[in-house]
Design a protein. Sequence first.
Length: 221
Amino acid sequence: MSLLPTVEHETAPHPTHSVIWLHGLGADGHDFAPIVPELVDPAWPALRFVFPHAPVRPVTINGGMPMRAWFDILGFGPGVPQDEAGIRAAIAATEALIARERERGVPAGRILLAGFSQGGAIALATALRHAEPLAGAVGLSTFLPLAGSLSAERSAANAAIPVFFAHGTQDPVIALARAEDSRAALAALGYAVDWHTYPMPHSVSAEEIADLKRWMGERLR
């Protein structure tokens, strides 16, 4: 598989840890790159942030308009089919990025997957299925895709993976109830979910980034 194009930022030479961060629908890898200075503590080990660009594809809910998307979205709400083929292709593309970090000398246990909205969905789906223990998974304003198959497909290696899951109480794009259902599905399978809500729409807040910074600081050792 050819690797996705990426934007990369290293906080210091010779990174020992990596954060692979997936953007939301219609954005690209540049979207969250500016967050690095706000998120990173100077005391942390050297990090490589990898911000991949999703492929451009038609998106059904946007009238078939081509845009960067990790998978197609056929609609919102319960009972709407998910683009399983697209989701699995995005998981495979993310796995390839993890493999490259391994090749660059960063062990799986020092790789953290993160994402916003669509990207968060793929970050969660990939991390829980990955064959080696990862440092953690971060899902911001997102949901758990392919939840029905997770029990059979999840990796025992990441049964205890730390999960930071955050959502806006005023999110008009991905309803809070959908995120809460995803949180409950993870809890039912025994995952340790660090759950946060914030009075915001489908976005990121300063309080959320501060909480994420504290959470990451406990795991980047």
